[in-house]
Design a binder for this molecule. Structure first.
Ligand SMILES: O=C(O)CCC(=O)C(=O)O
Length: 370
């Protein structure tokens, strides 16, 4: 049965739990197999017993509320189109998901790097090495001086958690424990070193009285894994089967975890990068959420693992090269046979999401040149 937007099917909650402490301290073969199965069939998990204090999560949600409450001029002063590294603020309707404007405000932060200048854009156009532009400086609103340390503290906590989860995932898939973490450089978020990449987004979904509205359209995430903190206003939905959407109800003290295209490619279609979307709140209150994208280093490359190591469930199968080219690799004009270059992959995602950024415009112009 398929359902029209935004009606959803009632319980049960379809999202299985990932108990971090239990899987680190006493991982039984049964629990690891259940986790692998959940990653394969659902691709969404609720992270519990993760050790991140609830105050830390409440604080980042409060930070989101504060940022979007700033005067519009303050927010415009750090607009994402003023960043050559896709960092900063965007108004409702400025971000595009699969060609459709979202109904949300956004504020994007990455690991801190030295600022990128126009000369770097010209060099990228000459060499084709566009992804390096993403390693740039954050933009912070002048009126919120305490924002940066708060956000960096949260990013450090979440990056650590993400890497712990990657180790658990490797165990669940019977891979060497450092398989996934090997593509991450560990370093603090606020220190402008050269290596490493991550993305945190503060999101505000305005309330929508009357007819229901999509806050962010259906999509799968682009990278490895996403850890999502939300307030207690629901709206997130997961496509559990083609055309069948279920609510992912908010639950305090937990994170929602989903997987990105890159991990799906790396595991040859075993780990599922599940489609999801957000319905705007129908109350008078906005909804705030903070997805943290646990991303590999920009220069990391990936080739799909041999599918013979995975037991695919009925209806699931290894990636088909042609379908993967259409769904994932065409995003940056690569081919399934190539190693997937993470930087190119995420750069293409940024261009698609923010086509009016000057870097997106320069990239498009460079593609048109003979
Ligand atoms: O706000 C949410 O709950 C989800 C956001 C999301 O899907 C995304 O940023 O990719």
């Amino acid at each position: 049965m398929t359902d029209a937007i935004p009606h959803t099917l009632p319980k049960p909650d379809v999202v299985p739990e990932l108990d971090v402490a239990a899987l680190e301290d006493a991982p039984t073969a049964e629990a690891l197999a259940a986790l692998a199965h959940a990653c394969h069939t659902v691709g969404f998990l609720r992270v519990v017993n993760h050790g991140v204090p609830v105050e830390v999560v409440d604080d980042v949600l409060a930070a989101a509320s504060e940022v979007f409450s700033l005067d519009q001029a303050e927010k415009e002063a750090v607009h994402i189109n003023g960043s050559l590294s896709f960092r900063g603020y965007a108004r409702v309707g400025e971000e595009i998901t699969l060609g459709v404007p979202d109904f949300k405000e956004t504020f994007d932060v990455g690991l801190e790097h030295p600022p990128v200048g126009q000369d770097a854009v010209a060099a990228a156009a000459a060499t084709g090495a566009w992804a390096g532009l993403l390693a740039g400086a954050n933009q912070w609103p002048a009126a919120a001086p305490m924002l940066a340390p708060r956000i960096y503290a949260y990013m450090d906590a979440m990056r650590e958690l993400g890497l712990r989860i990657m180790t658990i995932l490797a165990a669940a898939l019977d891979l060497p424990l450092d398989t996934f973490t090997s593509v991450y450089t560990r370093r603090p978020a606020g220190r402008p070193d050269a290596a490493g990449f991550a993305l945190l987004r503060l999101l505000r979904y305005p309330p929508q009285a009357g007819a229901p509205r999509i806050g962010v359209g259906e999509h799968s995430d682009f990278g490895m894994l996403t850890l999502l903190a939300t307030d207690d206003i629901g709206g997130l939905q997961v496509e559990i089967e083609p055309g069948v959407w279920r609510d992912v109800p908010p639950r305090s003290g937990t994170f929602v975890l989903n997987f990105g295209d890159l991990l799906e490619v790396w595991t040859n279609g075993y780990i599922r990068a599940t489609n999801h979307r957000v319905i705007s709140p129908s109350s008078t209150m906005p909804r705030f959420s903070v997805p943290f994208f646990v991303e590999p280093d920009l220069d990391a490359t990936f080739t799909p693992l041999d599918s013979s190591r995975f037991a695919y469930a009925p209806g699931r199968r290894p990636l088909d090269a042609e379908a993967a080219d259409a769904a994932i690799f065409q995003k940056y004009e690569g081919r399934f046979e190539d190693a997937l270059h993470y930087g190119d992959h995420i750069f293409a995602a940024c261009v698609r999401s923010f086509p009016t950024n000057p870097v997106s415009i320069a990239w498009l112009a460079a593609q048109r040149e003979p």
